[in-house]
Design a protein around this ligand. Structure first.
Ligand code: PBG
Length: 332
């Protein structure tokens, strides 16, 4: 049979492993993966998170070991969440900005031990610390409805960010989706002398069912949802507006979260953002991969790498993921 007369045969570039590697456009590197870590007050040993097998609530000691492992693997940044004692939660979440609060103690211990060897990023939100589990203090509107108070929340985030900077955080990350949070935090950090502390803004954060396992991970007290402050999964334009506003307010990074179901938003933000774009592969994404892998339904290593490459290919410069240190080990 005569060969087809084709101007292009795209398969030529797929013929050998060397040819494929020559033309690969997306490459995962350890330094672009941010390891997410939990540290919990009042525990003697690390506690595995039931819905996130392989992930732990760490003690102040074991979190140092994890950071050390991350640095050895080539990771450049960790993102820290704190889990306080139940009795330390109140309706304002005030232990979030207490110098001896669990998150601030962990930041200080990590900074003391590792200095500038890794970028210490702290979650700057109140939901782990409030007795009601919302991302800020509650108030009652003129019709008697309970709502999360935007401006009061922002005021508390400012105190929290300054406390985190004092403890040694290189970067704070407001994740509460309150309007004006980035500008206010920037001003508060600058006023306190922390002009070099960066802000990674959770810009396009959706009210997502993919956060389910995280609520386990932080022992969330939430009863209800966050739909009045996190974005509606139906909306695209809003994600773009939120990222634009955060950049105007002084965000050093913008983030899209979750990742996998929102890759269109990642791409759209990446196409205009003058600042680095991060995406967060969240707890539900992790849990789904782990559950399917444990059943032998998917190839765990391949699917982890493919999910992360997809996020990067969509335009993310860096990815927050529970897999960071492990994947960095594979990439070596
Ligand atoms: C809230 C916060 C959440 C996550 C990160 N920060 C949960 C929420 O908004 O309900 C979720 C992370 C994950 O699911 O991995 N400050």
């Amino acid at each position: 049979m005569k060969n087809l007369e084709l101007p292009f045969r795209p398969r030529r570039l797929r013929t050998t492993a060397a040819m494929r590697s020559l033309v690969a456009q997306t490459e995962l590197t350890p330094r672009n993966l941010i390891q997410v870590l939990f540290v919990r007050d009042g525990i003697e040993s690390p506690q595995e998170i039931a819905s996130m097998p392989g992930q732990y609530q760490h003690t102040l000691d074991s979190v140092l070991d994890e950071v050390s492992r991350a640095i050895d693997a080539g990771i450049a940044c960790i993102d820290l969440f704190g889990v306080p004692l139940d009795e330390d939660k109140d309706d304002q979440g005030s232990v979030a900005w207490a110098e001896d609060g669990i998150l601030n103690r962990a930041i200080a211990a990590i900074r003391h031990k590792f200095g500038n060897d890794i970028v210490i990023m702290a979650d700057t939100c109140l939901d782990e610390f409030t007795s009601h589990g919302h991302c800020g203090p509650l108030t009652t509107d003129q019709f008697g409805n309970t709502v999360v108070d935007n401006d009061a929340s922002v005021e508390s985030y400012c105190k929290m960010a300054v406390a985190q900077a004092k403890a040694g955080a290189h970067m704070v990350s407001p994740s509460g989706m309150m309007d004006g949070q980035v500008a206010a935090i920037r001003q508060a950090l600058d006023d306190a002398g922390f002009t070099d502390v960066a802000i990674m803004a959770y810009s396009a954060k959706y009210a997502s069912a993919f956060f389910g396992p995280f609520r386990d991970a932080v022992g969330s007290s939430l009863d209800g949802d966050r739909k009045s402050y996190q974005q509606d999964p139906a909306n695209r334009r809003e994600g773009v507006l939120e990222a634009q506003l955060d950049i105007e307010e002084g965000a050093d990074f913008v983030m899209v979260k979750p990742a996998m179901a929102y890759l269109d938003i990642v791409r759209e933000v990446a196409d205009f953002s003058p600042v680095p774009v991060a995406a967060y592969q969240v707890s539900g994404e992790y849990a789904m991969i782990e559950a399917a892998s444990a059943n032998g339904w998917v190839d765990r290593e391949r699917i982890v790498l493919e999910s992360l490459s997809g996020i990067k290919r969509a335009g993310a410069d860096m990815i927050l993921t529970y897999y960071a240190t492990e994947v960095a080990g594979w990439l070596k």
